[in-house]
Design a protein. Structure first.
Length: 264
């Protein structure tokens, strides 16, 4: 299992922290020796790439605004040129700003949809075009969210954007199967990440104990952990997942469609 990704050449957006960084570390631990992480924070990205670049690993950071299609295409082209191919791609970047049906502005809608749906669509498009042109196979994982099933009121545009990406996942999986390109998605539940910590403090006035309080209410006593999800991403990107494509996997402890037990 330590070398299942020895032939993997990976590109991960949102790869400088949280789930994206956990995925990058997982792939490296399992043999990946060429990896590109992309994100907005150049200082953090350069530091993460340097930390990954040990024991023969060649890791690079590329700055990208996932709301800018031209920048996205340039980022994919750059990653492809440096590694000669992209066999594993993770759409992990996301805008998680809040907004409800009552207060979401057109500007907020566009900002969230551009980063969470439009950007990933055209990133995937370019990765697929290069794979088809190069006649090599590839595997893609789109990071979705449990909110695709409905979501909380204050996540209206975010839920809409992830629902759009869910459809993109299935549609592209169908279109690209004939080229040996697999596309799958993971509906991640409430997850313990640096980004979530910042969101809780910015939007919900959370204090230093918010995580402890939140986890105390969870069935398994924890929020979803990035390292757990990274293991599934690695599996879907690797050869062990075989022909699996177009699958959407719920990764959460809340069972969709279930209601509290009232049989007292």
């Amino acid at each position: 299992m330590q070398n299942i990704h020895r032939d993997t050449r990976a590109l991960i957006t949102g790869g400088t922290q949280g789930l994206g960084l956990s995925i990058a570390r997982q792939l490296v631990e399992e043999g990946c020796r060429q990896i590109v992480i992309a994100g907005r924070n150049a200082e953090r990205g350069v530091s993460v790439a340097a930390d990954l670049s040990k024991n023969g690993v060649e890791a690079r950071f590329l700055a990208v605004d996932m709301g800018d299609v031209d920048a996205i295409r340039a980022m994919v082209n750059d990653a492809h040129s440096s590694m000669e191919k992209i066999t594993a791609f993770v759409n992990g970047a996301a805008n998680t700003d809040r907004g409800s049906i009552l207060d979401t502005t057109p500007a907020m809608w566009d900002a969230i949809m551009d980063v969470n749906a439009k950007g990933p669509f055209f990133a995937l498009q370019r990765v697929a075009q290069l794979a088809v042109d190069g006649a090599y196979t590839a595997s893609v994982v789109n990071i979705l969210s449990a909110v695709v099933h409905c979501g909380l009121p204050f996540l209206a545009p975010y839920a809409a954007s992830k629902s759009a990406l869910l459809n993109i996942t299935k549609n592209s999986a169908h279109a690209l199967a004939q080229h040996g390109i697999r596309v799958n998605g993971i509906n991640v539940g409430w997850m313990d990440t640096p980004g979530e910590d910042a969101i809780q403090r910015k939007w919900h006035g959370a204090g230093d104990d918010w995580l402890e309080r939140a986890e105390a209410r969870m069935p398994f006593g924890m929020l979803v952990k990035p390292d757990h999800v990274a293991g599934l991403v690695s599996y879907l990107l690797g050869p062990a997942s075989g022909v699996v494509t177009g699958s959407i996997i719920d990764f959460d402890q809340q069972v969709v469609g279930a209601y509290p037990d009232t049989n007292e």
